[in-house]
Design a binder for this molecule. Structure first.
Ligand code: FPP
Length: 253
């Protein structure tokens, strides 16, 4: 069966109407803060509280994978104090919340470029992965220092190295060969991508994996995003007709 035939059969079989994998672009922290006369960093602090609430809620709703765009490879260009705050918030999050993630059966996976992360940050991310490795509940995918083009370029370098070393044949490179070398290897593609704050773009997030994702754009700024807003996104997803390049079920005639 070809890839698209498999996708169409999956669509026909899909009666659950619940996304297995939800990915979120948590946008609007800065505007939320500015609207209240607060520093942008205060928006990020409030954003971490929303993040906690949504991780718990997604788990209760039975979502299997939740990917959060936490720091993009482009975010380094922000003012130094803001970058430092984002790093600090990650440290506080791991230190304060890791015990709860372990006990609530959440498995942490980190995607993104690890090579140029500060050693203390990398250490904490690796610790979060290691201490939750045996869990099998919600997989929380933390996209940190993540950029999809960078991820794809690293996968291409790995394939080029395998070809030059004779481990694989260039003619044998398939979509699966590429998928297996992305940071998201073993993680199913996102079914639903949510972006908050009214912006409608992907911003270098999961470009390969988003091929058949449904998009949901919420006008709400991330610090104000709530479990109820998340449920509205799930409802919108449930009403979508996913065709994967095929035709609607029942429209064959
Ligand atoms: C976008 O808002 C948000 C970010 C760049 C970072 C999101 C990070 C967190 C919510 C917390 C840190 C992460 C962890 C894992 C604890 P923006 O600053 O672009 O908002 P704006 O578009 O209104 O300026």
């Amino acid at each position: 069966m070809t890839t698209s035939e498999t996708a169409i059969r999956t669509a026909v079989r899909d009666t659950s109407r619940m996304p297995s994998h939800v990915a979120i672009i948590m946008d609007g922290n800065g505007r939320w803060a500015r609207a209240r006369g607060l520093p942008r960093t205060e928006g990020h602090r409030r954003g971490v509280q929303t993040l906690r609430d949504i991780v718990r809620h997604a788990g209760h709703r039975g979502v299997r994978y939740l990917t959060l765009y936490s720091f993009s490879s482009e975010n380094w260009s922000r003012p130094i104090e803001e970058v430092q705050t984002l790093m600090l918030l990650l440290k506080i999050f791991v230190r304060r919340d890791l015990a709860e993630l372990v006990s609530s059966n959440v498995k942490v996976r980190v995607i993104g470029e690890r090579a140029d992360l500060p050693a203390d940050i990398l250490g904490l991310l690796l610790e979060a992965e290691a201490r939750t490795a045996g869990n099998d509940g919600l997989t929380l995918v933390v996209a940190f220092n993540y950029g999809a083009r960078n991820e794809i370029a690293r996968a291409m370098r790995a394939i080029a190295a395998d070809i030059s070393a004779g481990r694989i044949n260039a003619d044998a490179v398939t979509e699966a060969t590429i998928g297996a070398r992305l940071d998201t290897a073993d993680i199913p593609d996102p079914d639903l991508i949510i972006r908050t704050s009214g912006e409608q773009r992907l911003s270098n997030f999961l470009l390969w994996q988003a091929a058949y994702a449904e998009f949901y754009f919420s006008p709400v700024m991330w610090p104000d995003f709530s479990a109820a807003e998340f449920d509205v996104a799930l409802e919108a997803f449930g009403a979508r007709d996913r065709r994967y390049g095929g035709i609607a079920v029942g429209a064959e005639a």
